[in-house]
Design a protein around this ligand. Structure first.
Ligand SMILES: Cc1cc2nc3c(=O)[nH]c(=O)nc-3n(C[C@H](O)[C@H](O)[C@H](O)COP(=O)(O)OP(=O)(O)OC[C@H]3O[C@@H](n4cnc5c(N)ncnc54)[C@H](O)[C@@H]3O)c2cc1C
Length: 414
């Protein structure tokens, strides 16, 4: 799905925002969903929200009752130091659903985009993505000496699948100690690049690089969470009243390794199906318990340590030793009592996501899709299962495996 050259997402957002305005649907901006409201028998019947103040403080904490809650809170790329994802992609929708009793699956399956502009060792947060369409037009990956990175690594060379290109670059960086590789698009010409990739050319220029005149530095960075809240394609989670669509959901459509351009399509299809489902059978209004139990919040100052450790040990290439160390770092993160603010809510969600990734990536002793274990490089048939997690009454993570059955022309999740 493409619109506006390289601005598909902006076009989807513009269209949907206009549709909301046209129907007079109330939109609460600068407002965050904090906790699901639940009835005595566990039905989700609303959300607790907080308005985000100028300094990130939460004001006007309000309980909104609803017959259905549809989560569309996006992914969790911010759990890594560098990501293509926007600042809001902190996994707080996933963490909220988990606390509300939902199951989450496939969290270890994080897709890393191979060509994200490298803006220095201190880069953190959202980084500019250089679409593979640039390589599709003929740009190639090279090292500092101009040697092709992908030549011989895969029959499709620079057009190999994302996981292959990311893993090849990551292995090159490990072997050489280099901080980045380079994308050479000079031969495509300034005029062609400006017309075909206006957003990418502008992003490079803003970072001080000229895509038409020099090879630009790139590295792999976290891009898409294949995992999320276990849901079907109508958005149903296992919790009555709670629905999830888009990147926050894990329907299985993306398998262990999303193909480019399938995310927006999945989100649009699932959202429409969910709306049709709720139009036909909206659950009755349930009575919320007086107060949802407050989450035990993580100290926001721990955020940098959480993301640094997740990037180092659960990045493109993983092994048992590193994942165990990540688990230790996360277990030591302080949880002081204090007033909740947005920073604490986000740090807590990031900690939850990182903890799940560490545990699931350690458990999956094989390489599959975008999960690569250096110490278990083969794909193993006994791991043709999904790792599905939930919280028990004591708040401990419980994990079960669910077989993935592959038919002749279909994939069915049991
Ligand atoms: C740079 C980039 C390029 C991409 N290109 C493509 C592409 O070409 N094709 C494609 O198919 N996919 C692409 N993807 C992936 C795709 O854009 C995302 O998977 C998709 O936008 C996810 O949509 P979503 O509606 O589920 O979540 P999002 O679009 O991430 O929206 C989630 C929203 O929920 C808000 N939110 C989060 N938590 C809370 C909370 N607790 N309370 C209230 N609000 C909350 C967020 O602020 C955000 O506004 C790209 C992703 C990136 C980062």
């Amino acid at each position: 799905m493409h619109a506006g050259g390289d601005a598909s997402g902006a076009e989807v957002t513009r269209t949907l925002a206009a549709a909301l305005r046209a129907r007079g649907i109330a939109v609460l901006e600068h407002t965050v969903a904090l906790e699901a409201l639940r009835s005595a028998d566990g039905v989700v019947c609303g959300v607790r929200t907080g308005r985000i103040g100028d300094a990130g403080e939460l004001t006007d904490v309000t309980d909104l009752c609803a017959r259905a809650v549809v989560l569309a809170a996006g992914g969790s790329g911010q759990v890594f130091t560098a990501t293509t994802n926007p600042p809001g992609a902190t996994g707080d929708g996933l963490a909220l659903a988990l606390r509300a009793g939902a199951e989450v699956a496939d969290v270890e399956l994080v897709q890393f985009h191979p060509t994200v502009l490298w803006t220095g060792a201190a880069a953190h947060g959202q980084q500019p993505l250089i679409s593979e369409a640039v390589r599709g037009e003929g740009a190639v990956l090279v090292d500092a000496q101009g040697n092709r990175i992908m030549a011989g690594a895969h029959p499709l060379a620079d057009l190999a699948p994302r996981d292959v290109v990311s893993a090849t670059i990551a292995a090159h960086l490990r072997a050489t100690g280099a901080e980045c590789v380079f994308l050479d698009a000079r031969h495509l010409g300034a005029e062609f690049l400006a017309n075909r990739f206006p957003g990418i050319v502008a992003a490079c220029r803003a970072a001080g690089f000229d895509l038409a005149r020099e090879p630009v530095p790139v590295v792999p960075a976290a891009h898409y969470a294949c995992g999320g809240v276990l849901a079907d394609l109508d958005g149903r989670t296992g919790v009555p009243g709670l629905y999830a669509v888009g990147e926050v959901a894990c329907t299985g459509v993306q398998g262990a390794n999303r193909l480019a351009s399938n995310s927006i399509t999945e989100g649009l299809v699932a959202a429409r199906r969910c709306a049709e489902l709720l139009g036909a059978e909206l659950p009755p209004l349930a009575e919320p318990l007086a107060r949802p139990a407050p989450a035990c919040l993580v100290d926001p100052s721990a955020r940098a340590a959480i993301t640094a450790a997740t990037s180092r040990y659960a990045g493109v290439l993983r092994d048992a030793e590193g994942l165990a160390e990540l688990g230790r770092v996360l277990a030591d993160v302080p949880r002081p009592a204090g007033e909740p603010d947005l920073a604490a809510v986000e740090a807590t969600a990031l900690h939850t996501v990182a903890t799940l990734i560490a545990a699931a990536a350690a458990a999956r002793t094989e390489s599959r899709g975008c999960h690569r274990r250096l110490d278990a490089p083969e794909t193993r048939p006994e791991w043709q299962v999904r790792l599905v997690h939930r919280l028990d009454r004591a708040g401990l993570v419980r994990t079960r495996t669910v077989p993935v059955r592959v038919g002749a022309d279909e994939l069915v999740v049991a």
